[in-house]
Ligand binder design. Sequence first.
Ligand code: ADP
Ligand code: NI
Length: 213
Amino acid sequence: MKTIIEDAIAYIKQIFENDYSGHDVFHTLRVYKTASNIACKEKADILIVQLASLLHDVDDKKLSPLTYEHKDRTIKFLKSHKVDETTINRICTIIDEVSFAGTDTIIPSSIEGKCVQDADRLDAIGAIGIARAFAYGGSHNRAIYIPNVPPKKDMNKKEYSKHKSTTINHFYEKLFLLKNMMNTQTAKEIAEHRESYMKSYLDEFMAEWNGES
Ligand code: ADP
Ligand code: NI
């Protein structure tokens, strides 16, 4: 008999099949793997972490606006696998708390939520984070860089969700904020390396832009 995890993996493969906005199935699979590793170190409930990480983007506001509010896809999947109400609520709370929302970002109320949020954020930084940012920018018709448009600081949830920026500005508006927002020691250590890689990437980018390299 197939396990619920195997079924969840098959389900997300089907949902994210044609995504080119940085939310493809491999994003979810990396979050699942990283969150599972962090959960083992943090002694969190592994099944909750695995289900929440696999389902964390299926009702995403940008990807599935019609199911976003009530998490229809998440709940339907879990109910069809006879997951009990309390567990469904725990998973939905994690998904609600996971997203970056500028100065309104939430610290998850459970250790399981902290593991999933850290794993999702780790996937937004480093070499993969750079690739995802430019993929997102391209798919949303954003400029790579416009020198006289400065990044906007300290945006709240509403401002951040409405803001249209260049992809280089996104590094300052979100990506460089993530290291200090990590919840677990394991994620903080990984973030350290990924952030310094992004900094050297931007140094090289600016040097080439200015004809110095
Ligand atoms: P997630 O919660 O999975 O990180 P998001 O929708 O916040 O999902 O972002 C998906 C990816 O696209 C992330 O790597 C993120 O940094 C990137 N991204 C989001 N907004 C922008 C933007 N305005 N410009 C460039 N990249 C962006
Ligand atoms: Ni995600």
